[in-house]
Design a protein around this ligand. Structure first.
Ligand code: SAM
Length: 255
């Protein structure tokens, strides 16, 4: 779905926007090894370089220096050359570095961006999104609501020093709000709070039909929810098309 949306975004926008930036937060190393089969698969940080109309700028952020080094090496040997910045560090800390790496823009040289946020856990602080929200930037965010939030809720809730949930949904009073809410379903509560925080930044609400839930294979147990945010109805239109369609036909060789 990430690849499909990136394909719509660049294909439709390249003609009218001189600069298209891609930001991969929690980017990983560009390849991953599957646990059961040991098969090595390409991940988003590499597949996003395959687009027929590539982004004009790529920025990858990962806190693991080994991931950044591996990704840098993998991209360096590609036959096609891309303008890429690698930022080693915690997504929640390096927003000023991301802003420095973002292309400058002006009226005559506009910039449109797409950001994919792909953490292992609910350790994203909403302040990071807030710190980038003045760009024209669509966000595709993987919310670890099953695997992290639901599994560890008691711990996050009962430890008064834990600000993990509050920081994630930008809601310091979440414990009181949850207690006052008639619906005690934590996944729906978090989705609503995250959505409200994005709407306060000027994004269009990701109504239920724009969310994609991922469950563990064979069990039906919720793992995470993929949510999409744009300030522009056209972005939502592309996301709807993405949810409907299968994987894009990207070239097999990395260009
Ligand atoms: C789910 S993986 C990324 C997968 C990748 N985006 C893909 O398409 O397969 C999460 C990555 O986030 C990195 N990471 C974990 N916490 C981080 C943080 N606070 N800031 C930046 N990167 C972090 C890990 O090193 C790991 O590579």
């Amino acid at each position: 779905m990430h690849n499909q949306y990136a394909w719509y975004f660049t294909t439709a926008m390249a003609a009218s926007w001189p600069q298209l930036a891609y930001l991969g937060l929690y980017s990983g190393a560009g390849r991953a090894q599957l646990r059961k089969t040991n098969e090595i698969v390409e991940t988003t940080a590499m597949s996003v370089l395959r687009l027929p109309k590539p982004f004009t700028k790529y920025i990858f952020v990962d806190s693991d220096q080994r991931c950044i080094d591996a990704l840098r090496q993998r991209i360096a040997v590609l036959p096609s050359k891309h303008d890429v910045s690698f930022i080693p560090g915690d997504v929640n800390v390096v927003v000023p570095d991301i802003r420095r790496a973002m292309p400058t823009f002006s009226r005559g040289r506009g910039l449109l961006s797409f950001c994919f946020v792909d953490p292992f856990a609910a350790n994203l602080r909403f302040a990071a999104i807030h710190g980038l929200s003045d760009y024209r930037m669509d966000f595709l965010v993987l919310l670890m609501l099953g695997r992290d939030v639901r599994t560890n809720l008691k711990q996050y809730h009962d430890d008064p020093t834990s600000t993990r949930i509050a920081d994630f949904i930008n809601c310091p009073d979440w414990r009181q709000d949850l207690a006052a809410s008639r619906d005690k379903n934590i996944v729906r509560f978090m989705l609503t709070k995250f959505d409200e925080a994005m709407v306060r930044l000027g994004y269009l609400s990701a109504e239920e039909h724009l969310r994609h839930q991922i469950t563990a294979a064979g069990t039906g147990v919720l793992q995470y929810v993929l949510v999409f945010y744009s300030k522009n109805p056209l972005g939502q239109k592309f996301w709807r098309e993405t949810m409907k369609s299968g994987p894009p036909q990207l070239p097999l060789d990395l260009r």
